[in-house]
Design a protein. Structure first.
Ligand SMILES: *Cc1c(COP(=O)(O)O)cnc(C)c1O
Length: 471
């Protein structure tokens, strides 16, 4: 298996080369040269496999530069009941006739990002060990990504994490989750500023190529192909749990922000998993819903990006969307480059509404979309609590509302549950008048000692901190 760039660069790379990298050299995103095809016999063989073995089977189709026995061991140590809370790893339950919730958020940080990040931590440790190299992960977070990265990398050999976050702006629960980690390779840096300041610092440090090379600076952002690949597995697992035989179709609804999660669903569908519809659910930040309704992709300015009660979906542009558009335009790298570099660069938008390929997004690739508002989330949380005695978080509520707008008779609809309600307790209190239950292991975490440094919103100060903590 070789990987190519969505912008037509001639190089072809192997999995472990792109594992530790971000963008391709031409600014594109990596994708496999072709999607491995899964036939009926393979689906039949996979049905009933434990999650870690299913993960190994799927990953093996994309990774040929890690010996199979070692890849199998990495999967086995990643997807355990101790880490994810149950032997099923992603248990499915029927909410109402034909509508299911697939639980992806029982990992260490109670959001679905653990599903991929836990694997990434083990892959990084393996590959860095094999190369005798080190990596310093620098990131910016307002919540889910940073904590998932820290819990995945804590205690890992060869890896340090330097995670910036806006001082005082995360929820007390999220702060406690991150700052209570005492591992020496995890560094929490609270920046006197907002999230955009943190992101600007990460960019400034990464653009200092001398510093970046000297201190082996890397990232774990959502464009990493390994993260996306890990997410493909739970589409297969959900399919097997919702159906009794492989002649059935299912649909998925995915609460979406950067388009990483639903892009994994697209990959599963391209491999031959019988998915009828992939519903992209957005909140008021409806860049993606607008595209799937109109064919216009219009990046939002910071001032037009809303702060909502499903904050992990508050995006101004969807960083993985280019992967899907590459497939949509017939894997034409020059065309993808023209759209994402030239048109987006010049005007912040591109318009495929008059192009025959736009109709293919629905007709050939199965995409649909819906948008919800804060009022919708409150109503869906209340309704789900009242009728099914089930508490869902705000992102999952966006998903459930969208799912009901795209049901087809006889086709199970699987809504991906992307976080547990405790992470967004304020909105649960607003909807229901009481706090959500807290898993026992998070009881009292706000009172634990905190390991965090405060720095000004200044890239030089962050560089100095990194340099000081790298020997
Ligand atoms: C990251 C996140 C999302 C959005 O996922 P993408 O892969 O960025 O589309 C949705 N819900 C929660 C809880 C998240 O943490």
């Amino acid at each position: 298996m070789r990987y190519l760039s969505t912008r037509g660069h001639p190089d072809r790379r192997r999995f472990c080369d792109i594992l530790l990298e971000g963008l391709a050299p031409d600014g594109g995103l990596y994708l496999p040269e072709a999607y491995p095809q899964v036939d009926a016999a393979t689906l039949a063989r996979w049905r009933g496999l434990p999650y870690a073995e299913l993960a190994f089977e799927i990953l093996s189709l994309y990774i040929d530069d890690i010996p199979p026995a070692e890849l199998k061991a990495i999967c086995a140590k990643t997807y355990t009941a101790e880490v994810f809370g149950s032997d099923e790893i992603v248990p499915l339950r029927e909410l109402e006739d034909g509508v299911y919730l697939e639980a992806l958020s029982n990992g260490p940080t109670l959001a679905f990002k653990d599903m991929a990040m836990q694997l990434l931590g083990n892959l990084f440790e393996y590959e860095l060990g094999r190369r005798g190299e080190e990596l310093n992960i620098l990131g910016a977070t307002s919540g889910d990504t940073g904590s998932a990265a820290e819990y995945a990398m804590r205690g890992k050999k060869g890896v340090r994490v330097f995670m910036t976050s806006p001082d005082g702006r995360m929820s007390p629960f999220q702060q406690a989750q991150m700052f209570s980690l005492q591992d020496v390779n995890i560094h929490n840096i609270a920046i006197a500023g907002v999230f955009d300041d943190c992101q600007d610092i990460v960019k400034a440090v990464s653009n200092d190529l001398g510093f970046k090379r000297k201190y082996k600076i890397g990232t774990v952002n959502s464009i990493n192909w390994a993260r996306l690949l890990a997410q493909v597995v739970y589409y297969f697992a959900g399919y097997f749990e919702a159906t009794a035989s492989n002649d059935r179709q299912v649909s998925f609804t995915v609460p979406s922000g950067n388009f990483g999660n639903v892009c994994a669903g697209h990959v599963a569908r391209m491999m031959g998993l019988p998915i009828r519809t992939l519903v992209v659910a957005t909140n008021e930040n409806d860049v993606l819903d607008e595209f799937f309704r109109t064919g216009v992709y219009r990046v939002r300015a910071a001032a037009d990006t809303h702060e909502t009660s499903s904050p992990s979906m508050d995006i101004s542009k969807a960083s993985n969307f280019e992967r899907f558009v590459f497939d949509l335009v017939g894997r034409d790298g020059a065309r993808t480059r023209a759209l994402f570099q030239d048109e987006l660069g010049a005007s912040g938008r591109f318009d495929l509404s008059a192009d025959p390929v736009f109709a293919q997004a629905a007709a050939r690739f199965g995409f649909a979309s819906s948008r919800s508002t804060h009022a919708d989330r409150l109503e869906t949380i209340r309704d789900t609590d009242r009728r099914f005695a089930t508490l869902i978080d705000t992102h999952t509520a966006d998903g459930l509302k969208a799912a009901r707008e795209h049901l087809a008779p006889g086709v199970p609809m699987i809504v991906l549950e992307t976080a547990l309600p405790i992470k967004f307790a304020e909105t649960i209190v607003e909807a229901l008048g009481h706090e959500p239950a807290r898993p026992a292991r998070f009881e009292g975490i706000e009172a634990l000692p905190k390991r965090v440094v405060q720095l000004p919103a200044d890239a030089e100060a962050v560089k100095a901190y990194i340099a000081q903590h790298c020997d």
